[in-house]
Design a protein around this ligand. Structure first.
Ligand code: PLP
Length: 864
């Protein structure tokens, strides 16, 4: 019988153990093994059966057990110690506070808001689908560890993403269990009088949309999650936060409206109620939250209690304080809406009253060559609303500059103002405690796991110890995989009698290759099946067998992806190979945690360059895994022969062509057969593969420190957050600076048609210059109404190709030498010819202002 209503009864803990409730309600436990051990000690069996979920555990422990524990002095003491440790963690100075004291010359933001449509923090808060969410989770946890004052903003989806199972035929089945927020590690944001805090948004087709705000404590970082499941909302509003990445275009737009506009309002409510500092920097993790910029313009222009700026000035304030991270070079990964839909939601009865809808449309419309002027593009809006933007690896930065060059058509790709910060992973979450323990035995302090010294300590671990640890981790994975395969087959309709083989599935001594990720086509789940006979031969090799552990979810609407999964599952079902290749359903954090440490090799074969970064290979590397991967994303940047193997990619060939897949698959088989397996099975007298272990140790010591999320978050603080806060403050609390900047931009744009390089003279070099010669350049420039201080005049020089295009160009500033009547000026400078070969130069003029980040920002240039 179905219940008409449901709610969760919160447990009452004995007073002596009340601190367990506090420990369960801060997610720091999810990356703190001592706290996990404490929960396990409450009831080991329940800890396991609840899937390591402290809130459920505390709710299910029987009263008798509580009485027993409350009387156990040593347990009560342990609880007290754990709570003291958490209190210290939450209050003491950490990296950010120390760095701020050391560098008072930098602008350290008082608070940063981090918006993301998904957050992958722990398996018990399933609000993520894949890499984007895991990255957001790692970002918040790391910010907490470093003491960076961040507030996360997202949505609470009643069904999260989906749970994946398989049909008898190997077809992906999705289910959407209801998550009861009362049973999750969340608290509701309440007003000081105890009533529920809500935000509201005006909607075009009905009453105002209401949302309540849940707060997850991610260590020191509050994460605000908006939820439309509140009384007063009609059903079609309640559905807005039903599931992650579900529904049609309009559903997506409503979710993003809630995330962006509602998210800013939730932050304001949070600050008002708790006294938390107002964010000085707004970081949007991918374009989905971009409407936050529109809401901030509304606050600054139309809100009666705001400063009532004009739109141009408000835009400068918004841009200076916004950081946009783009995450994908795959066009389908970018949200695009019909302009008419955006018009509806931001029009007369729209979400941000007072902001003219034309201004909104102008920000996101694809009104450039190659774009579709009827389409509103969230990435485009992201770039226009953020003064600082980045990709997530060097290669992805470069690809993004090419992809979005159309927004800055007057500039070469290299000058498109998109930088990069390569992703990283949160070691305390992802590194097996056995690996940490090995480093500790060499004298490294686990508290310092973000230092080079910590990872260098693993260089000294004896080979036999490394090897026995890896054996243990592999064995744990094998056991976990068998449990999962058995459950999966039971659901697929097999009887117990048919499943005896599972006890022998996988082998803790066989070379284990892992492959797990979402299943969009560019990730090529089934590349390994290109030549099934060759794969079989590798799996069943008499001396050097290989085993494969595979996982991944296809988006529910992606039948192509589901067909790939089915193809793989069918291959893995065959009796002759099923002990060497398994597909584990429902890839999530719970599955990932034992998977990475248990693998010897992490396989990644995306279609280059569509993998913006990838992080799973980093997690494998930190756990003593070697990467076998196409040179894409982070691997392109940091690959070294000691870290694994690059799979050659046939870049010149067309994407998704048979030829390309054939070539790359053949290269993959060759590598496994001729390099990977021989090295893994090359053993000394004690059965240890010395050369292999040497590679693991190098990976830890040299690659380890680079792939850490602490490196990533420090980079964000130093390269993006602090400079953004600096510019924001420079615009002035009263926006005087912003008015100045907006006025300056308007003046420069208006005057630009008169800017010309009229004439260039060069001296010191003839047609046959020698290396070391110095060239003196004089450029005569007309600036019209603009003054020399408004512009930078630059000599652009470098090697030229056969078409006289300057490649690898360099810039040398020319200085004002003389001014003449009629707005004409001479700029001089010198350059030394540093290398032989064809050389070319030109002169250009670009706008310059102390508060610009890049010369391309206004999009205008004048060249000789
Ligand atoms: C790390 C991780 C991902 C992302 O991996 P990629 O290499 O970026 O594809 C996705 N899902 C889970 C559960 C993860 O742990």
């Amino acid at each position: 019988m179905r219940a008409i209503r449901r709610f969760t009864v919160r447990p009452v803990l004995p007073d002596a153990l009340a601190a367990l409730g506090e420990l369960a309600s801060n997610l720091r436990w999810s990356w703190h093994p001592p706290t996990q051990d404490l929960f396990a000690a409450v009831d080991p069996e329940l800890w396991r059966s609840t899937g390591h979920d402290p809130v459920r555990l505390l709710g299910e422990v029987p009263g008798e057990r509580w009485r027993q524990l409350a009387a156990d002095e040593s347990f009560v003491r342990r609880v007290g110690e754990a709570r003291a440790d958490l209190t210290a963690y939450l209050s003491e100075d950490r990296w950010y506070q120390r760095a701020r004291d050391e560098r008072p010359d930098l602008t350290w933001p008082r608070s940063v808001a981090y918006f993301s449509p998904e957050f992958g923090i722990t398996a018990v808060l399933p609000q993520y689908s894949g890499g984007l969410g895991i990255l957001a989770g790692d970002h918040l946890k790391t910010a907490s560890d470093l003491g960076v004052p961040i507030v996360g903003v997202g949505l609470l989806y009643r069904h999260g993403y989906f749970k994946q199972a398989l049909s008898h035929e190997g077809w992906q089945l999705e289910s959407y269990p209801v998550l009861d927020p009362d049973g999750l590690p969340l608290s509701q944001l309440l007003e000081s009088d105890g009533t529920r805090a809500t935000i509201s948004i005006r909607m075009p087709d009905g009453p105002d949309l209401l949302a309540r705000i849940w707060v997850a404590a991610v260590g020191r970082v509050p994460l605000l999650l908006l939820d439309t499941d509140v009384e007063g909302n009609p059903d079609h509003y309640i559905e807005i936060t039903d599931r992650l990445y579900g529904g049609n275009t309009e559903h997506r737009l409503r979710q993003e409206l809630l995330l962006g506009v509602g998210g800013v309002r939730a932050l304001r409510a949070f600050s008002r109620i708790t006294g938390a500092a107002a964010p000085e920097v707004f970081h949007t993790n991918e374009g989905h939250a971009g409407f936050l910029g529109i809401e901030r313009i509304r606050e600054l222009t139309a809100d009666p209690s705001g400063p009532q700026l004009d739109v141009a000035t408000a835009l400068e304030v918004g841009r200076a304080s916004t950081v946009f991270t783009t995450h994908t070079p795959v066009p389908a990964g970018i949200d695009r809406f019909p302009c008419t839909l955006v018009e509806q939601y931001f029009g007369d009865r729209g979400a941000t009253p007072g902001v003219p809808v034309d201004e909104v449309l102008r920000l996101g419309t694809e009104d450039y060559a190659g774009g579709d002027p009827g389409v509103f593009n969230m990435a485009v809006m992201g770039f226009r609303l953020a003064q600082r933007a980045n990709g997530v690896s060097q290669l992805h930065g470069q690809v993004s500059r090419g992809m979005f060059n159309g927004l800055w058509p007057a500039f070469d790709e290299a000058e498109v103002p998109i930088t990069s910060i390569t992703n990283g992973v949160h070691a305390p979450t992802w590194v097996a405690r056995e690996v940490i323990a090995m480093a500790s035995r060499q004298g490294a302090d686990p508290e310092d796991d973000d230092t080079e010294a910590f990872w260098a300590a693993l260089e000294k671990v004896p080979a036999a110890e490394v090897w026995s640890t890896k054996r243990l981790l592999r064995e744990r994975l094998v056991e976990d995989a068998r449990r999962r395969v058995r459950k999966c087959w039971e659901k697929r309709g097999a009887t117990a009698g048919e499943l005896g083989w599972i006890d022998e599935a996988l082998d803790p001594d066989v070379l284990t290759i892992g492959f797990a990720r979402r299943v969009p086509s560019y990730k090529r789940l089934t590349l390994m099946l290109r030549d099934p006979e060759r794969l079989k031969a590798l799996l069943l090799h008499p001396e050097r067998p290989v085993q494969l552990v595979i996982a991944g979810k296809a988006h529910p609407a992606d039948d192509g992806g589901k067909r790939l999964i089915q193809e793989l599952v069918r291959f893995a079902d065959a009796e002759d190979v099923r002990h060497r290749i398994v597909f584990l359903p429902n890839y999530d954090i719970g599955l990932a945690l034992p998977l990475y440490p248990g693998c010897d090799v992490w396989l990644n074969n995306p279609l280059r360059p569509y993998e913006a970064c990838g992080t799973s290979g980093m997690k494998a590397a930190l756990n003593g895994g070697l990467n076998l991967s196409i040179l894409d994303g982070w691997w392109d940047e940091w690959y070294e022969p000691e870290f694994g193997w690059p799979i050659p990619s046939a870049d010149g060939l067309e994407d998704y062509s048979d030829k390309r897949d054939d070539l790359e698959a053949a290269a993959l088989y060759d590598l496994i057969e001729q390099e990977v397996a021989p090295r893994f099975y090359d053993r000394d007298a004690d059965g240890v593969p010395l050369r292999w272990v040497e590679m693991l140790r190098h990976t830890w010591s040299s690659l380890g420190p680079k792939v850490l999320a602490t490196r990533m978050v420090r980079d964000y603080v130093g390269q993006l957050y602090a400079p953004a806060a600096h510019n924001t403050r420079a615009l002035g609390a009263d926006a005087a600076g912003a008015r100045g900047l907006a006025g300056w931009k308007a003046r420069v744009r208006a005057g630009w048609p008169s800017v010309r390089v009229e004439h260039v003279e060069a001296e010191g070099v003839g047609d046959a210059a020698e290396v070391g010669a110095v060239m003196t350049v004089r450029a005569y420039v007309a600036l019209g109404e603009l003054s020399p201080g408004d512009v930078a005049v630059q000599l652009v020089h470098g090697r030229v190709d056969a078409e006289d295009v300057i490649v690898e160009s360099r810039l040398t500033p020319l200085d004002l030498a003389e001014s003449y009547d009629g707005g004409r000026h001479r700029f001089d400078g010198q350059v030394e010819l540093g290398r032989s070969g064809p050389f070319g130069y030109t002169v250009r003029v670009v706008p310059t202002h102390p508060l610009l980040v890049a010369p391309a920002e206004l999009g205008v240039v004048a060249s000789a």
